[in-house]
Design a protein around this ligand. Structure first.
Ligand code: CP
Ligand code: NVA
Length: 329
């Protein structure tokens, strides 16, 4: 039996396939419970703190609502002394005295690693430059709900910036769950050789297949097409170069047709620049004369797109992460 009590949640590298399956099953149970209107108490008496260096809609709200649903008390903190007037280590030790669990979203992976090392309570990674592991649980739960195949039969295609937190984390998750994973991207944006080698080792045990390609025709047979923004938080000076590199990798109806699979689903962690109805989107669209970036509005709003089910699943899966690591189970 799986027991994740007291564990951190920093990257899926640290979890076995059965532990990941356990968190997905627990997410589904918690989702059914919520839908049935049953109020939980699995986090009653627990205090949790959410540290954010970067902006967020889904992750922050998912942690808060998941906490409230199960009876936790939640503090949201963006303007702390951490890293400015006080070291990460000292902050971790202080927060560990107050709280039962700490979520961190920010820039450096080393920050969340340092919190985990010194807090003495569970630390959850809500996104760093390198990884976004809670997102992967939501993505895979959505795949389970919408693709009628077991994970080891799924061809998962990640298109776009395959070097960013999403590209890295999806490759790790796919390797763990035995999927065929294809990173479809220009060579400059392929995941690092170290991570690919490491995941190829995992794949030997799980039966996963990791592929890298620059050829969009390789999308053929995809069960899932996933993309993310071309410019992640903190790299806003990269738009020009990324638009140049990634325009051929836009997810549009042509790409959907190239899969030759009418049951293919489209996923995106969000937020997305699929239209110009955002402050940043408008500015970039005008500056570069674009009509869309990583995904067209047409695909985003099509029957293939499951992005809002996926967004909802952030809450159920984050609840499962907190319940399994610090909950009254
Ligand atoms: N997908 C995701 O992490 O969204 P937020 O940036 O809104 O939290
Ligand atoms: N790669 C994106 C993911 C946002 C959820 C970013 O880091 O901005």
């Amino acid at each position: 039996p799986v027991n994740l009590k007291g564990r951190n949640f920093i990257t899926l590298k640290d979890f076995t396939p059965s532990e990941i399956r356990y968190m997905l099953d627990l997410s589904m149970d918690l989702k059914n419970k919520k839908r049935a209107g049953i109020k939980g108490n699995l986090l009653e008496g627990k205090n949790i703190v959410l540290l954010f260096e970067k902006t967020s809609t889904r992750t922050r709200c998912a942690f808060e609502v998941a906490g409230f649903d199960e009876g936790a008390n939640v503090t949201f903190l963006t303007n702390s002394q951490m890293g400015k007037k006080e070291s990460i280590e000292d902050t971790a030790k202080v927060l560990g005295r107050f709280y039962d669990g700490i979520e961190f979203r920010g820039f450096k992976q080393e920050t969340v690693d340092c919190l985990a090392e010194h807090a003495g309570v569970s630390v959850w990674n809500g996104l760093t430059d390198l990884y976004h592991p809670t997102q992967i649980l939501a993505d895979f739960l959505t795949v389970k709900e919408h693709v009628d195949k077991s994970f080891n039969k799924i061809k998962f295609v990640y298109v776009g910036d395959a070097r960013n937190n999403m590209g890295n984390s999806l490759m790790i998750g796919a390797a763990k769950m035995g999927m065929e994973f294809l990173a479809l991207a220009p060579k400059e944006l392929w995941p690092s050789k170290e991570l690919v080698d490491e995941m190829n080792e995992v794949a030997k045990e799980t039966g996963a297949v990791i592929k890298l390609s620059e050829n969009v025709d390789d999308v053929k047979g995809a069960d899932v097409i996933y993309t993310d923004v071309w410019v992640s938080m903190g790299e806003e000076d990269q738009f020009e170069q990324r638009i140049k590199l990634l325009t051929p990798y836009q997810v549009n109806m042509d790409m959907i047709r190239k899969t030759e699979n009418d049951d293919v689903i489209f996923l995106h962690c969000l937020p997305s620049f699929h239209d110009e109805n955002t402050v940043v989107g408008k500015e970039i669209y005008e500056k570069f004369g674009l009509k869309s970036m990583e995904v067209t509005d047409e695909v985003f709003r099509s029957k293939y797109s499951k992005v809002f089910d996926e967004a909802e699943n952030r809450m159920h899966t984050i609840k499962a992460v907190m319940v399994s690591t610090i909950g009254n189970l």
